[in-house]
Write a protein that binds this ligand. Structure first.
Ligand SMILES: [Zn+2]
Length: 263
């Protein structure tokens, strides 16, 4: 049941790659003089190139290393690009907020938007082995970011987001997605997947406009713009969230109590 040595090697490489991409983003954002507006916007625009360069450097460094499967590892590049796109949006809203403090009048206040990376080395609770296959038996979140958004119309439900390198890469083991959705619903949040706009083809996404963010349905696997109901099969996905008045433990227990899979 122990992961074999090759797999451990893969995770060691994965840790290094993820850490270095996130460190590069941190370094680049730390180097900016935010008082020099033009220079700051230009430097911010240049960050994806620097991340992609770091990615190419890592590929070169690990090219002769067995188990450095870059097809599998490229999820980390997309994670960092998604994070960058979120930070870019956040800076634009913060710029507007600063202008507002400086006396500029907007019809609507600049939204508050925040993307928080989730540390993804997650202990596995209540996994069981069935015919050599490990299966999750309790709700647990395995995702990459927590994204929040509030504007003058009110808050959107906080979204737990898993980043995928493409639409094709969105594959869940049977039941796995259901647990993610239940775990997220318990927090009152919603669960969504983000992947690059398929029209980008060979280029990398550089802003949130170039990302698709969808709510997956655990019944049919359909990807939805709406988080309440699946347009494909009609199933309810998130009937309520923490931003709805109906979010109570009693209601949650009634809705979630009957889900299958408990030990
Ligand atoms: Zn569906």
């Amino acid at each position: 049941m122990m992961k074999d040595k090759n797999e451990l090697n893969f995770w060691k490489i994965a840790d290094d790659i993820k850490r270095r991409l996130f460190s590069r983003l941190r370094m680049k954002t730390s180097q900016i003089d935010y008082l020099n507006y033009k220079g700051y916007r230009k430097k911010f625009e240049d960050i994806p190139d620097s991340l992609i360069k770091e990615w190419d450097r890592l590929k070169e460094e690990y090219k002769d290393t067995p188990h450095a499967d870059f097809n599998r590892l490229k999820g980390f590049l997309y994670e960092i690009l998604f994070y960058y796109a979120c930070l870019k949006t956040q800076t634009i809203f913060l710029d507007a907020e600063l202008c507002e403090f400086g006396g500029v009048k907007f019809e609507e206040s600049p939204p508050w938007f925040e993307c928080i990376p989730l540390y993804d080395v997650i202990p596995n609770l209540h996994y069981i082995w069935e015919k050599d296959e490990k299966k999750r038996k309790v709700p647990q979140i395995k995702a990459d970011f927590l994204v929040t958004y509030v504007d003058d119309k009110g808050p959107l439900p906080p979204a737990i987001i898993e980043v995928k390198s493409s639409r094709k890469a969105i594959k869940y083991k049977r039941g796995e997605l259901n647990w993610q959705i239940v775990a997220t619903m318990r927090l009152g949040f919603i669960f969504q997947v983000a992947y690059p706009d398929p029209n980008l083809e060979s280029t990398y996404p550089r802003s949130l406009k170039e990302w698709e963010i969808k709510t997956p349905c655990s019944k049919c696997g359909g990807l939805n713009d709406d988080f309440r109901k699946c347009i494909k099969c009609g199933a309810e996905i998130f009937p309520f969230t923490i931003v709805d008045a109906r979010y109570t433990l009693k209601e949650l227990m009634e809705r979630l109590g009957g889900r299958e899979g408990r030990l």
